[in-house]
Design a protein around this ligand. Sequence first.
Ligand code: HEM
Length: 270
Amino acid sequence: MTTTTAPPPTIAAEPLGAPRASLGDTTVDELDPAVPPAPVPFSERLRTRTRSGHGTSSRAGFMSDLMRGTCTRDDLVRLLAQYWHVYRALEQAAVGAAAHPVAGAFVTDRLTRLPSLEADLAHLAGPGWRDRLDAVPATVEYVDRLRGPASSSPTAFVAHHYTRYLGDLSGGQHIGRALRQRYGLLDEATTFFTFDGVPDPTTFKDEYRARLDSLPWGEADEEAMVTEVLHAYDLNARLLAELDAERGLGAAPGPATEGPSTAVATGASS
Ligand code: HEM
């Protein structure tokens, strides 16, 4: 007497359109060594690995108040004054980086912010705006970083370029809108947040990320860039915390308790 046993179920026996056999969230394709996982582009790894730094910067009390509409005109002047130092140093570093075969690909006049900052400061603080340029300690440190490592190392330069300009073309666009809507500021007073040379920020950012993805850099360069972007986020967060301390809010961070510093020369603007 013969007994018939049913064959074991196979994936091929599944009807078309049925859910794929899986182990939890892992599909059979992912287990197949013949199907290598798609590599994660560098720009995506960079964003993921620095996300915590972005969170700290963007959740700063100063930024929340600015977006909510509870800052004063003076607060905005103080923020733009810090940015004046930062962008003066960053855009000076860009002049040096322009001739570099790799870093130079990121440099473009379409991003230049220093003239916009000067126009906005003149609009908001009047002709004496240069008297309002005291730098808080984190700004002094930021400028040192831009004049030092970011002016001699391509990875540090690209890290700082990315952190500021991609931020300006992302969250910066929301901030500019909030300034116009909640504070009734005119376009002429918020030109820092609008890029005449970049009418389509989304396309520009996509192209920028593609450029990051095609960098001929190895693992050590990637590590250096991630570290420097996290450093840039930290400098931005401390700069904002020190502005909060200046207006009597938040915990006074470290040396800021000694009062604002003017260690960054404010004389020549370029
Ligand atoms: C209120 C404050 C902020 C808001 C609401 C905000 C919001 C955003 C949003 C929505 C994005 C994603 C945009 C996209 O995927 O295209 C973004 C990206 C970014 N932000 Fe912010 N942000 C803020 C503050 C900052 C600060 C202080 C910095 C540092 C200077 C910064 C740097 C960046 C960078 C570098 C990116 C690009 C990340 C990437 O796609 O690789 N942001 N931000």
